[in-house]
Design a protein around this ligand. Structure first.
Ligand SMILES: *Cc1c(COP(=O)(O)O)cnc(C)c1O
Length: 563
């Protein structure tokens, strides 16, 4: 002060940086010029990726992943412009499988609809937090609305039921088991798990059962995996004896998991029989609790849209094979309401981006079992009625899942969903028809009725009509089985390389479709049709490609087998 000259007024450096950074955000106060800049930036990113599209079911070209470069990357001192960042980000899509491509049948990964993409975009711009209605307002309503819509579709009474979104089907299973555990061992949420509990699921159920039992302290050894029939559904007799054994040995049943659409083969458990078994056990053994039934419908839920489809009239004019497959699935799915909780993935058979998974409870009061006390969360939930954060495992939850789901339920309606599912099942049926008409091929999951087909191809001289039975049941056939496993792996390699080069359809391979009766894994080729853009012609081209690959492998075995 004393004697010093006041410094000339200049803008501090950080303010100049800040000015620049403000342009990098959506404007909180309407600014149409800046809006245009934001949209243009998004569209630039999309354009860069669009240039990667081709005849091949992959974006750009196959890339070797450079872990070393990734590991050695550091945060720079200075930032970059949005324009510089965009191509860098878009470049990360290079080499990725283009899931929606008509020639892509790799796995149960969906092509999200435009509406569902907007459903994710809006919350990512405005950032609601679904832990409470205070921080999400009408987005909370969207969560209640979309879960009520599917609750009703699955046969629940939406007035009695409750639903919310979580981190995948895995999260849904975790919630189902957690509530079941609390029913079986009341108070264990508070006191910890001091008794042994088991979970019963089929040996074709999703491995998230292991995740959930492990994380919940039930223990993975207490996930009892029950054998399945050749149609990949749980053996009810075996389930019954395992349940009785567990109870007799003093263990509690935390839950039965009914898998409604296995991941690899679309096997559908007989939920009605599981339900009757549960009722019988409670009654006969005078259980002090009612063992929880969780329906894992991550994949199968969407088929409930056929619960009220008139298969006689068949207004959508599906062909006979398709109708039979859809009706057969409905026959199992329409019992979904017998489950106490259900998890469903919109990001699989609901054509929404990751993550969009809901879990539903038939009786909303079930959630009281896992709610925390209000006193534990003093700064939250001051006003309003909707506070999922009081019982969710997550604290913050984004709005993208529910809004994407709602977007598709509105966009598609029942007719749209029926059409998409009917289409993919029809495509699978085209493939199966083709498989059945050719020598050297066998369909493995011929009793399953979804969009996924598992098949095997055999070398010259193998009788495809009897081979399947022998492979699965005859232990003296072990050597051939393993040989044919290897044969199918090699055929797959060729088909895969060709597909990535833009020739033919990208299918996948599973190392273990099922185990044989004598305990060996059965390798299979797998076509999972999910793209609305798949066509009959593409389906019919698959086996030509596989056949050609088979010829190559046979030739290599003769000529190059020495090394
Ligand atoms: C995919 C799947 C899961 C796991 O779902 P995520 O959303 O990947 O966590 C669970 N169960 C079944 C039957 C599935 O197919």
């Amino acid at each position: 002060m004393d004697g010093q000259q006041p410094k000339p007024q200049t803008t501090p450096q950080f303010r100049r940086v800040l000015e620049g950074l403000r342009k990098a955000f959506p404007q909180p106060i309407s600014d149409p010029v800046h809006d245009a800049y934001m949209l243009y930036s998004i569209s630039r990113a999309l354009d860069v990726v669009d240039d990667l599209k081709s005849e091949a079911p992959i974006l750009g070209s196959p890339v070797e992943l450079d872990w070393q470069a990734a590991k050695s990357s550091r945060v720079a001192d200075g930032g970059q412009t949005l324009e510089q960042v965009i191509p860098e980000l878009a470049g990360y899509l290079n080499g990725m499988i283009n899931w929606g491509h008509p020639r892509c049948q790799v796995n149960v990964v969906t092509l999200p609809s435009i509406a569902s993409i907007i459903g994710v975009l809006l919350p990512s711009v405005y950032n609601p937090n679904l832990c409470s209605e205070e921080t999400s307002r009408r987005l909370a309503e969207a969560e209640v609305r979309s879960t009520s819509m599917v609750s009703e579709m699955l046969g629940y009474d939406p007035e009695e039921a409750v639903g919310f979104f979580t981190f995948g089907g895995t999260g849904g299973v975790l919630y189902g088991l957690k509530v079941g555990l609390e029913k079986a061992i009341p108070g264990c949420m508070k006191t910890g798990l001091r008794e042994e509990a088991v979970v019963l699921a089929s040996d074709e159920s999703h491995y998230c059962g292991l995740t959930a039992t492990g994380w919940l302290g039930i223990g993975q050894d207490n996930l009892i995996q029950i054998p399945t029939h050749p149609d990949n559904s749980i053996c009810i007799d075996a389930l019954e004896s395992a349940a009785r054994d567990a109870i007799a040995s003093g263990k509690k049943i935390a839950a039965f998991i009914a898998t409604m659409g296995t991941t690899d083969a679309f096997g559908l458990d007989d939920l009605e029989s599981i339900y009757q078994l549960r009722e019988r056990l409670v009654e006969e053994l005078s259980l002090s609790y009612v063992p929880h039934i969780h329906g894992d419908a991550a994949i199968g839920w969407a088929w409930s849209v056929f619960n009220d489809y008139d298969f006689e009239k068949n207004e959508l004019e599906f062909r006979g094979r398709t109708i039979r497959a859809l009706a057969a699935a409905k026959y199992r799915i329409h019992h979904m309401h017998l489950a106490d909780s259900i998890c469903l993935d919109f990001h699989k058979t609901g054509f929404a981006p990751y993550l969009s998974s809901a879990v539903l409870f038939k009786d909303r009061q079930d959630l009281d079992l896992i709610a925390r006390n209000r006193e534990a969360m003093p700064y939250l939930y001051q006003t309003g009625d909707y506070h999922p954060g009081m019982f969710t495992l997550e604290t913050s939850r984004g709005g993208g899942g529910p809004l994407a789901a709602l977007a598709n339920l509105l966009l598609l309606g029942k007719e749209g969903l029926r059409t998409l599912l009917g289409h993919i099942v029809e495509m699978a049926e085209v493939l199966r028809e083709d498989l059945e008409s050719r020598p050297y091929f066998a369909v493995l999951n011929s009793e399953n009725v979804g969009p996924v087909t598992l098949f095997r191809v055999y070398p010259e001289g193998v009788d495809p009509f009897t081979i399947k039975e022998r492979e699965f049941t005859d232990p003296t056939f072990r050597k051939q089985l393993l040989e044919y496993n290897e044969f199918n792996r090699q055929v797959y390699q060729h088909v895969h390389e060709e597909a990535l080069a833009g020739r033919g359809v990208a299918i996948s391979q599973t190392d273990c479709y099922r185990h044989t009766d004598y305990g060996e894994p059965v390798v299979a080729l797998k076509s999972y049709v999910l793209s609305p853009f798949s066509t009959e012609a593409e389906m019919q081209s698959i086996l030509d490609r596989v056949y050609a690959a088979r010829q190559r492998v046979e030739k290599e075995q003769i000529t190059g087998g020495a090394d």
